[in-house]
Each structure stands twice: as structure tokens, then as C-alpha cells.
Design a protein around this ligand. Structure first.
Ligand code: ATP
Length: 293
């Protein structure tokens, strides 16, 4: 008799938002948000200013409690029970200005039981951080790199990073993205908010698009790219899009460009259909009209 096949079990998502609503003084910053972040993924949280990205990350880090709905991180409620397994980087790199870089790294070792000193030192060396300099004297980009290293050095299972790339020059961005990929390769789940979508092409495998507090799209990147097309044509050909699932339509002069969701095959006709890149996809969802509301 052949043995029973082993049951395939997928790991639980690292983060689940279920109908999460957060309001500040009656104004909703998050409105009925639901999505799941697969364990081991690099997930980008994108949206215009004020879309609710920081609010969502703070809820996941246990720093605020939703008015409605639930957030689950690493299979439990956010808060004390999972804090040691989460690396949270708040916006604007909060660090102690009076400490030197070396003292800051030392503090990381003192405060975090899972601190990986050699790894943090390697990252600091690769970033050429001036160990003897006081944090308060560092340029914003250097400070941002130190803050990211403080989150990575914990060797957390889940990294929640609020705009970790914002203050960085292109080289520092590329190096930090490499460090994030290294963390993901080591098994961590990375969730980062960013406006630098182009920098994440080939890095993030999932994207959550937030629009005025609502989840506009929560997708696996490769499937979403394969499932959408950018269409260019002359305004006279617009009728060819009748019945298509148009996410965004832009007219320029006598022509138009549209982001269209395709289900099975690209419709026949004279229009030029191109596979979008990640930035096309995200911009299309950010600029397109939300017809789901
Ligand atoms: P950005 O890209 O500019 O950082 P964001 O997507 O992170 O924006 P949030 O900071 O989460 O957005 O803000 C969402 C909404 O909630 C905005 O309208 C913001 O003004 C509001 N908001 C955020 N924090 C507070 C607060 N402490 N009190 C009142 N309103 C707030």
C-alpha cells in the first residue's frame, strides 16, 4: 500500500487586516480594510499622502487599536506577546540624538534578546556609518540607514517599515533594498510603506494599494502584471474598450492610454497592448476611479 500523501499546509499569513476601521476625531483614516500579507513576502504598502499607510502600520505594531475590525500579526493580536518578533521602524527614523552610532547599536543589543550583533555591524560597515558620530549630527539619509539597521538587527520575523527609503539617495536606496531582500531570504516577512515604487520592481512580491483609507488592490505582483495591460490608441478607437475592465483611462491630445484588467485573453483589434511594469500598475490604481465603493 502506498503511503498517504503528506498534507500540504501553507504557512499562516504574517499579517491579516480584517475589516479594519480607524478614525481620528470621527474622520476615518482606515475604512473597512481587509487583506493578508503572506509569510515570507516583501509587501509594499502604497498610496497617496494621507491614504492611511502609517495608521495601518501602527495598528499592526500594536501602537493603536482599531475602532472596528481586527489586525492579526504572526497569528496573534498585536502587542506585548509578539513585540520581540517584530521590527518596527516609524517614519522619520526616531533615534536618540545624544547617542553615538556605536552606542545606538549597543543599545539595540541590550534591549533585544534576539539581537544579531555581527549582522548589525556588517550592515553598519556596508553603509559606512560613522560609529563615533552622534546620531543628532548625522545627515537624514545616514540616520535613516541606522534606523533601518536597528530594525533589521533584531532579526525579527516581521518587519514593519514606514517609508524606510524616503530619505535615502539612490545608492543608499539600492543597498537598503538589498538588505531587505536579504532579510526576506532569511525568512522574515517585510511590509514597507513607500512612495518609491520604481525602486521596488523585482523586490516586492505583493502590493497593497490604499486609497483614502480603503484597500484599492491587494495583489501578488507577478499575477497582477500578467493580468493587466497598458493600452495605447487614438481617441477614435476608444470604443474598442467598451466592456473592458478599465482601471484608469487618460486622454492626451488625440490619443489615450488605459490600464485594463484582462481576464482570459487580450481582445483582438488594432489597439497596442503592453504588459505594464509595477509603477504603471500602481499609478493606474492610484489615479483610477474607485468603482468598488
Ligand atoms: P503619508 O504618505 O503622507 O505619510 P499616510 O498614508 O501614512 O500618509 P496616515 O499618516 O496614516 O497616512 O494618515 C491618514 C489620515 O489620518 C490623514 O488624513 C491624516 O491627516 C490623518 N491622521 C493621521 N494621524 C492622525 C492623528 N494623530 N490625528 C488626527 N488625524 C490623523
Amino acid at each position: 500500500m502506498s503511503p498517504e500523501p503528506a498534507a500540504l499546509s501553507l504557512p499562516a499569513p504574517a499579517l491579516i487586516a480584517d475589516a479594519v476601521t480607524v478614525a481620528y476625531g470621527g474622520r476615518k483614516a482606515l475604512d473597512d480594510c481587509s487583506f493578508a500579507v503572506p509569510a515570507g513576502s516583501v509587501t509594499a504598502l502604497v498610496g497617496r499622502n494621507g491614504a492611511g499607510k502609517t495608521t495601518l502600520l501602527r495598528a499592526a505594531a500594536g501602537l493603536l487599536r482599531p475602532d472596528r475590525g481586527t489586525v492579526t500579526v504572526l497569528s496573534g493580536p498585536p502587542g506585548d506577546g509578539v513585540l520581540a518578533r517584530i521590527g518596527f521602524l516609524a517614519q522619520n527614523s526616531p533615534l536618540y540624538s545624544q547617542l553615538t552610532v556605536a552606542q545606538t547599536l549597543h543599545l539595540g543589543a541590550r534591549l533585544n534578546p534576539g539581537w544579531d550583533g555581527p549582522y548589525a555591524r556588517d550592515l553598519a560597515e556596508a553603509a559606512t556609518l560613522p560609529l563615533a558620530a552622534r546620531v543628532g549630527t548625522l545627515a537624514p539619509g545616514v540616520r535613516a540607514r541606522l534606523a533601518l539597521i536597528m530594525a533589521l538587527g533584531k532579526r525579527p520575523d516581521l518587519l514593519l517599515l514606514d517609508e524606510p527609503l524616503a530619505a535615502l539617495d539612490p545608492v543608499a536606496r539600492a543597498e537598503s533594498v538589498t538588505a531587505l531582500m536579504g532579510a526576506a531570504a532569511g525568512g522574515a516577512t517585510v511590509v514597507l510603506s513607500t512612495h518609491a515604487v520604481a525602486d521596488l520592481a523585482g523586490v516586492c512580491d505583493h502590493v497593497v494599494v490604499l486609497d483614502r483609507g480603503r484597500v484599492r488592490a491587494a495583489v501578488e505582483v507577478d499575477a497582477a502584471l500578467a493580468g493587466h495591460r497598458l493600452v495605447n490608441g487614438a481617441a477614435a478607437d476608444l470604443a474598442a474598450l467598451d466592456g473592458a475592465d478599465v482601471i484608469e483611462l487618460r486622454r492626451a491630445g488625440d490619443g489615450f492610454t488605459a490600464l485594463v484588467r484582462v481576464r482570459e485573453s487580450v481582445p483582438a483589434g488594432t489597439l497596442a497592448w503592453h504588459t505594464p511594469n509595477l509603477e504603471d500598475l500602481v499609478l493606474g490604481y492610484l489615479r483610477g476611479r474607485d468603482t468598488s465603493a
